[in-house]
Write a protein that binds this ligand. Sequence first.
Ligand SMILES: [Zn+2]
Length: 352
Amino acid sequence: MSPLCIFSPRILHPRGSHTAAGTFVPPCPPLDREKVKELQRFISLSKRLLVMTGAGISTESGIPDYRSEKVGLYARTDRRPIQHVNFVQSAKTRQRYWARNFVGWPQFSSHQPNAAHLALSSWETLGKLYWLVTQNVDALHTKAGSQRLTELHGCMHRVLCLHCGEQTPREVLQDRFEALNSTWGAEAHGVAPDGDVFLTEDQVRSFRVPPCTKCGGPLKPDVVFFGDTVNHDKVDFVHMRVKEADALLVVGSSLQVYSGYKFILAAHEKKLPIAILNIGPTRSDQLACLKLDFRCAEILPLIAPQRPGLGAPNPQGGPLLDLSCGRTHHAPASQSHLKMADAVSQPVEGNP
Ligand SMILES: [Zn+2]
């Protein structure tokens, strides 16, 4: 029997999360049909739509975000995310982190994409979505089938060696944890957006953490912790996608983290029309021509990615008047952008 079976009932139902996916979704007004039409118009007029998602898209899959009023992790607990410098410098910090992560993994890795993730994946299939950038590390876009995807902050489903850079699937590490800690027991007290759970110091102290199998170095989830920076190549790659896009839709992000916010600034500088779907204020509300405070999984499936006469390709590459924003969508010059699209048709990252 797997050691996890000893306490799995508590893991599956940690305090505070219950089982309803809506527990972590902030209260919001009922859906406004006029607003749906405005978003439809915004989407229809774009031919190179860039979408950026944040924790708000995954709350309806049962993963709490950090910042939402009343239901976010910051509001419900005094826990704060781990800092990169602490993780890298302290073996004790890594032990505490991995012990919690080990306990939280079965639940965290079992979350499934919701209707919003699936809608964005279908937009990609239908040629509506040009590129998807997510700030999330939960792999739910990949599980939904998205491929034109950049995971800005990495993915919890991969593990990285801090010495040799070897990448391995997180599932493999879970097996190694179980083998090393066959008699270890613990109790989960709630799961954070990065899969972290809460344990006492006593519980942590006896947890054994394996090193990299290749070089013996310390292991870290392949994610960008707070205080770390996003890889330059990845930043440049996303800036290219912003340059090529003709509209930007933000989904479920308050844009408080600068690594994501800077792309909104770049899009604004390029005079791209920006729409924001997020419950509660964001750092960029003043830059958006359309702001919607609704549940992502409620409104996105209502949007038809293509509409005859509105979303049809513009072979002339000329500007399209975006009435909902009072701005102009610039359709790209066909040939050069088609070549670019071919060049970036594969995701920059692979998930296990
Ligand atoms: Zn290594």
